[in-house]
Write a protein that binds this ligand. Structure first.
Ligand code: ADP
Ligand code: MG
Length: 323
């Protein structure tokens, strides 16, 4: 059984009379102990999905209109705020991109970690557990007495991780956890995440716009474009033999970025919006066909059954039956 299963989720934001489709159709799963990467350009709906998974959509504006989310076999799609409070933290916890805005600026780090421990483990020896958690994220014990502004960006992200781990989550959702950090610190945090997963047997959904981050840290990858999950599979398979032209373009952009230092190359054309007809990548796709504008393709397997992409190009290949 999956720890997390998202099935054809659709999510909109209401503002006044207008509503924006942030997620048109997203499907993914995370098994116990597994690390799954969710990648896609900015605006593709990744953070909205992360918030929906933890019941953190803005009240009154963010709304799930279709599909389902289940956690450890329990359907949480229409859970009330109060029910979410009970569930949050265990089995799931989250760390965000900007640790400074997620930490309480007027509360010492130790107190914030202690709150997380107490909320989920009433009988814990809190002081001892704070020490263990600081050690786990490789922060000196003295950091318990520090305020967030006294720490560097990397240390704050470690502190946030300690708070998340305070509730012993079975799944950690990390939304761009390294994006605000410099390259060296980024690598340190990724190494720490890998270590923690190994030691704690924790599953992880790692969200990033950076393919390199996901390639290093994840067993499987899910690629999202304009509110749709368009390709998913084993990380190595997907990155060496992408099935969807969007995945190929993302990978090519990454290569160029690495080869010509300082030159920022992205995929041509505007990022697609969720909610239209046909494949959202069609207006930018170098291999577009007439039907792509009319009909969103189903999933066809790309390389073996576990690797699939939603692209008409894969339809006619004999060895590539639909999963
Ligand atoms: N609170 C919000 N209210 C209205 N629209 C939002 C809100 N948050 C995100 N969106 C819109 O939803 C879409 C997906 O955004 P987001 O989930 O942040 O994508 P990503 O994390 O991949 O960059 C975007 O078009 C964005 O403008
Ligand atoms: Mg985001």
């Amino acid at each position: 059984m999956s720890l997390l299963a998202v099935d054809r989720l659709r999510l909109v934001y209401d503002s006044g009379r207008a509503s924006t489709v942030a997620i048109e159709e997203a499907t993914l799963s995370v098994a116990e102990g597994e690390a799954v990467g969710l990648v896609g350009e900015s605006g593709s709906g990744k953070s909205s999905l992360a918030r929906a998974l933890l019941g953190l959509l803005p009240a009154g504006t963010g709304r799930i209109t279709d599909g389902s989310i289940s956690i450890a076999g329990r359907d949480v799609t229409r859970l009330s705020r109060r029910d979410w409070e009970k569930l949050r933290g265990r089995p799931m916890a989250m760390v965000f991109q900007d640790p400074l805005s997620s930490l309480n600026p007027v509360m010492r780090i130790g107190t914030q970690i202690g709150e997380s421990v107490r909320r989920h483990d009433h009988d814990a020896d809190v002081a001892k557990r704070i020490g263990e958690l600081l050690d786990l994220v490789r922060l000196p014990a003295a950091c318990a007495g520090s305020y967030p502004h006294e720490l560097s960006g990397g240390m704050r992200q470690r502190a946030l991780l300690a708070i998340a781990l305070g509730c012993r989550p079975a799944l950690l959702v990390a939304d761009e956890p390294t994006t605000a950090l410099d390259v060296t610190t980024q690598a340190e945090i990724l190494t720490l995440l890998r270590e923690l997963r190994g030691r704690l047997g924790m599953a992880m959904l790692l969200i990033s716009h950076d393919l390199g981050v996901v390639a290093d840290a994840c067993d499987r990858v899910v690629i999202m474009y304009a509110g749709r999950t368009v390709e998913w599979g084993n990380t190595a398979d997907t990155f060496t033999r992408p099935g969807h032209p969007y995945a190929s373009a993302l990978l090519a952009a990454g290569q160029v970025l690495r080869n010509a230092q300082g030159l920022f190359v992205t995929i041509e054309g505007e990022v697609g919006r969720a909610g239209g007809v046909g494949c959202p990548f069609a207006p930018r796709c170098p291999q577009v066909m007439p039907r792509c504008h009319i009909e969103m393709p189903p999933a066809f397997s790309a390389e073996g059954r576990a690797h699939a992409a939603r692209c008409w190009l894969l339809e006619d290949q004999p060895s590539r039956a639909a999963p």
